[in-house]
Ligand binder design. Structure first.
Ligand code: ADP
Ligand code: MG
Length: 440
């Protein structure tokens, strides 16, 4: 394909790093490109802008060299709004043994502050004396606060002791289980999970509603516990709050110790940023570190993402990491978070909050509550997603974009007149963005 050939030509002229991080992630759009107009799709606006600015001209020249035609190059970000997510691939191989412990997730690399002190200490004690102190250890807390890190840290401390350690998310456990059921090799599955010394299971909340897996997990738990083998579980909620979890599991999860992790205070956040910079060989000034800590949520995974992006950007454009760059990258990150919000998420959230059915929102019903919900959805869709008015009109089965613009005007007027309506909208926006963050 011509586009791919051009990218390979470009590869010859740039650094390996740039190629791997940016150019390799472009996809040539063969269907929409023309002889004098080449289109590439980039996975996000950050990469699109970057390639356009740095290599837009170069790409045009390469096309011209190859075809003899002056070619305009456009880098687009894929519109994912109307594309269904691909179905998960059901593997015919047994799921991988999933015991990979990340060697960088150690106790030494974990920054301790009052928000996570209790969980850290509990995990450390368990790691030192598996099966002897708290069994099970149940860690819970919000997204990106270090639960998985602590699980791996327990694994890392024991790896050298010749203990058999299994780390798996509950989803991997479930996939493994169904695979072996299907292939009538359940004994193999049991031999694996019931013969380990330490079982580390991540995100146990996803057991919710999975009865068959709960049953199997119940027996795995009992067998290991009776044998005095250590079990460590993580979740986003304490056991009692996990909806759709059998009582007998809830009560077992409370047998040992339950420890929560709270969002880090500012000082801990600063210390974590410094630690991540040190581990990744990145230099950030005190000012920028404080700025990031103060302006970002407590999800450390997101903070880490921004640090790595900042570093990649500064080394590529050969520019120091300035406050301005930090600010840009932070805004970029926020926009990306917004970009990922889908119309379906908006429809579903509004439907729940206003107590109507999602299908009614897209219907032509003139019932008051439904009309209200529809208006709100359109307003939010236009505000929170990059869909154009004609795209929204199409999605909601409206005549044309003027109906969308009419609705926008109406909602804005209502918000100005009625402060409780405005509050309702603000709360919905918060809900949608918040549930988005939690999924990341
Ligand atoms: P969770 O499982 O709670 O969603 P993770 O354990 O995956 O969160 O943590 C997300 C990222 O944040 C990881 O890269 C982890 O190393 C880092 N992190 C979280 N808390 C800390 C901490 N206290 N010290 C150092 N790194 C941390
Ligand atoms: Mg995790």
């Amino acid at each position: 394909m011509l586009g791919n050939k051009i990218l390979l030509m470009l590869k010859e002229e740039i650094s390996q790093l740039e190629y791997e991080r940016y150019i390799k992630r472009l996809q040539y759009d063969e269907i929409h490109s023309k002889v004098d107009f080449a289109i590439f799709n980039a996975p996000n606006p950050f990469i699109a802008n970057w390639v356009k600015t740095k290599y837009g001209k170069k790409l045009s020249q390469l096309f011209e060299m190859e075809t003899g035609m002056k070619t305009e190059v456009e880098i687009r970000t894929q519109k994912q709004k109307f594309i269904k997510p691909p179905k998960p691939i059901i593997s015919e191989q047994p799921p991988s043994s999933s015991t990979k412990i990340n060697p960088t997730y150690t106790f030494e690399n974990f920054v301790v502050g009052s928000s996570n002190q209790f969980a850290y200490t509990a995990a450390y004690k368990v790691a030192e004396k598996p099966g002897k102190v708290y069994n099970p250890l149940f860690l819970y807390g919000g997204v990106g606060l270090g639960k998985t890190h602590l699980l791996h840290a327990i694994g890392n401390l024991n790896i050298k002791q010749n203990r058999i350690i299994i780390y798996a998310t509950i989803e991997q456990f479930m996939n493994d289980f169904t695979y072996h059921l299907r292939h009538k090799t359940i004994e193999k599955f049991r031999a694996k999970y019931r013969k380990c010394d330490i079982l580390l299971i991540d995100d146990i909340q996803f057991l919710s509603g999975k009865e068959g897996t709960q049953e199997e997990f119940f027996h795995t738990f009992n067998e290991l516990h009776t044998e005095g083998k250590q079990i460590v579980l993580t979740s986003d909620q304490p056991p009692q709050k996990i909806i759709g979890l059998e009582d007998r599991l809830k009560s077992r999860f409370e047998w040992g110790l339950i420890a929560d992790i709270q969002p880090p205070e500012l000082e801990t956040k600063i210390a974590i940023i410094k630690k991540k910079c040190e581990l990744n060989g990145i230099y950030l000034s005190e000012e920028i570190i404080n700025y990031l800590a103060a302006n970002m949520d407590s999800n450390i995974r997101e903070i880490e993402g921004v640090i790595l992006k900042l570093n990649a950007y500064s080394s590529l454009v050969n520019q120091q990491i300035t406050m301005e760059l930090a600010n840009n990258v932070l805004n970029e990150q926020r926009r990306e978070l917004q970009k990922d919000i889908s119309l379906k998420e908006i429809v579903d959230t509004v439907a729940i909050e206003l107590n109507v059915k999602p299908s009614e929102i897209k219907s032509k019903s003139k019932k008051r509550q439904i009309v209200k919900a529809r208006r709100i959805v359109i307003y939010l869709a236009r505000t929170l997603t990059p869909n154009s008015m004609p795209q929204l009109a199409q999605f909601f089965g409206m005549k044309d974009h003027t109906s969308v613009s009419h609705t926008m005007k109406k909602v804005k007027e209502m918000m100005e007149k009625d402060s409780s309506f405005k509050l309702e909208i603000d709360e919905l926006i918060h809900k949608i963005q918040h549930s988005r963050c939690e999924k990341l």
